[in-house]
Write a protein that binds this ligand. Structure first.
Ligand code: GUN
Length: 290
């Protein structure tokens, strides 16, 4: 039986319509327009594409949008000084510094400098900590998108065996943390595999839900999954033949109950959750509780 294809593109569109309505209400009722600023240092082509998509989406939703493209030679002090100004700017509710940063800039220093209330990426240690104890303000965007896809596709999460492949701070660690919380859309039993896991297949074969953020094309093959698994492929690998995920989609879809494609799976969800966080930031910073 071939898998149901979970279209992140369709779900993202649905959520964007919801956000659009809320933005209109916020403008009418409170005269507040959510404001998002993107900061890109250097000329990494993939980062340029991501920042462009974020800017375009925020404009489409009726946000105030600001973009700062800085040269690769920008010093850490200059970047920190810009963040300081954006922290104080009342038009701005969300600050997104696109990663990775050039090597001469300390990423941790930059992430610490963003006001946690404007940290719509959810990368500041305060927000990471709040997530860990089950009291998040801002969920990191890719994990939030994954959870939303699981919920909206009707996947049974509570009690499920979830296996995450990859332990990055941006995806693997936070999604594992979110799905083990005692909360709706979570309550799973979570295993995290990584590059030093002795036998990855032993774990992936047991998964009811398999989340792959390994950063390696076709790292998960059909022999590594069980019949009826739900697969979320977070990989974005640019090959000569086009974009490809971390899962061997064609083969795995023959065994899976449901699977996300690449492109059109997690990607559109990440951007949408950034918009959702920015809307939330606009409310939090203006003391609006609805
Ligand atoms: N680089 C790759 N993913 C992300 C993300 O979600 N946020 C930021 N700021 N940079 C990234």
């Amino acid at each position: 039986m071939a898998a149901k294809i979970i279209s992140g593109k369709a779900v993202a569109q649905e959520i964007r319509e919801e956000i659009k309505k809320e933005v209109e209400k916020l403008k009418e009722k409170y005269n507040v327009t959510p404001g998002l600023v993107t900061v890109l240092v250097g000329e990494d082509p993939a980062s340029q594409v991501y920042v462009g998509q974020k800017e375009k989406t925020s404009k489409n939703l009726g946000f105030y949008s600001e973009r700062h493209d800085l040269p690769a030679t920008t010093s850490e002090e200059e970047l920190l000084s810009l963040i300081g100004k954006l922290n104080k700017d009342p038009k701005i509710h969300g600050i997104l510094v696109q990663l990775p940063l050039p090597k001469h800039i300390n990423e941790t220093n930059v992430l610490y400098a963003i006001d946690p209330k404007k940290d719509v990426d959810g990368f500041h240690p305060v927000n990471v900590g709040k997530l860990m104890i089950g009291e998040p303000d801002y969920l990191p965007c890719t994990p939030a998108g994954i959870q939303e896809l699981l919920i909206r596709s009707g996947t049974q999460i509570e009690g499920a065996e979830v296996v995450v492949v990859g332990r990055s701070n941006i995806v693997g660690k936070p999604i594992a943390n979110m799905l083990l919380q005692k909360a709706p859309g979570a309550n799973a039993t979570v295993t995290v595999c990584h590059t030093r896991t002795r036998d990855i297949k032993f774990h992936t074969k047991r998964a009811d839900i398999l989340i792959v953020a390994a950063g390696r094309p076709k790292a998960v093959t059909a022999d590594m999954v069980k019949e009826g698994v739900v697969v979320i492929d977070v990989g974005v690998n640019r090959l000569e033949t086009g974009l490809c995920g971390d899962v061997d989609f064609e083969a795995v879809k023959e065994k899976a109950a449901a699977i996300t494609p690449v492109p059109g799976g997690v990607g559109p969800m990440t951007i949408t959750m950034l918009m959702k966080n920015t809307l939330k930031a606009a409310k939090l910073l203006n003391g609006i509780r609805e």
